[in-house]
Design a protein around this ligand. Sequence first.
Ligand code: FRU
Length: 487
Amino acid sequence: MSTISTTDYRSVYHFSPKEKWMNDPNGMVYFQGEYHLFYQYHPYGNTWGPMHWGHAVTKDLYTWEELPVALAPDEHGMIFSGSAVVDWDNTSGFFDEEPGLVAIFTHHMEVPNDQPVQRQSIAYSKDKGRTWNKYEGNPVLQHEAFVDFRDPKVFWHEQTKAWVMIIACGQTVCLYRSPNLKEWTFASEFGAGIGSHDGVWECPDLFPLAVDEDKQQEKWVMLVSIGADPAFKEGSRTQYFTGNFNGSTFAPDEDSLTVRWLDHGRDNYAGVSWSDIPAEDGRRLFMGWMSNWMYANQTPTEGYRGVMTIPRELRLETIHEKITLVQCPARELEQARTPKLSLYNVNAKEAQAYLGTLELESYEMEAIWASEQPVEFILRCSEKEQTVIGLDASKQVVYVDRSRSGIADFHEHFQGRHTANIQTQNREQHLRIYVDASSVEVFANDGQAVITDLIYPAAEAKGISMACVHDDLIFSSLQIYELCGGR
Ligand code: FRU
């Protein structure tokens, strides 16, 4: 008789819905002490289906409260991806005394024997996102030529005092402007002949960031996710551009003439940033869907399917003279820590002996060392399974190898090793690794490169060890914290 599965790969500190299918994060907005997460949700199935907006909130970025579905399909179709903003000055006229939330999303309508129709609509909430009213004038924006016309991300552009929408249009993005979120005027199109066109463009975002923390030097960052195409074994991925934006037109930097990936793993897709983070906080917080359209419908979870990345802070830094998007875990996650191992100035042999005593499933590991020697950590391991995370300073690479990480037979391209180039000269090497029931997220050398990968190890594969290092390699710091969450 078969035994009952001991794990459903349920993450401890990452958000996943209690049941059923989830994909993209939507409508991420901070309002009155809560970070809202809406998400592409199919409440009646564990695979993609008629899309609703699911809803969850968090106050600390690791304990999530799931709320009832926010938006359901209607006469205009399914509710595809989009964004939400706080209408502080009641530009929309939807609100009375208090400011409220406005969601801007794609209505996707299936048409028998024809192409589907994608149009943009809005809805508003006067009760902190708990209930929503769809605008009676929906849809508010349509296009005659684009079949793929979706995923509006809206922000207030203070310099030109207008709402700006960036929206995916097949193989480009378009920018629109509005005084009131209801009437939209075309401003510009971007993307022809630049960046990756390996798949349909989806889920764009556009926001300013200081370069090297210098507020005088600001650049705009554009995120564009590109859908899976069977010709590319990487599946769906997210690219970014840096440049200047004047309220209407985005002009890319020279650095952006070659393709630049947000993440070098396989499982960080459709991510965008939170709107309305208070100015005194000042961070640009990001979260992605931790999956890949190549196999998203086949991952081996039961009862639910879909999980988000950890919330991350995005920054711009000059690395090798290029303005580069770097990511680090949102600092709130430090509050979820329970220290399990804390070593300073320890050699590899001693460190390995300590690691061998640990068994952990959901944790953070931070290692710092100054050496050209390659270092490999072997996580979520048992006799049969292991996930290998390595940094080789002499080769200037970081990698995750999930070839033997557990269940992988649901897709031919799931197994494999994912590598990123990093700058390693004249510095200590630094790995921050977040491990959960079914994922690893690796931040190398202060977030210069990130690798996000799903893994499906057996519940008992909890071992931790190290390999390929000289016994006398010294870790100036090696820390392990168990991480708790809201579940
Ligand atoms: C991206 C995406 C979006 C679309 C949504 C549908 O993953 O394809 O472009 O709005 O998912 O669920």
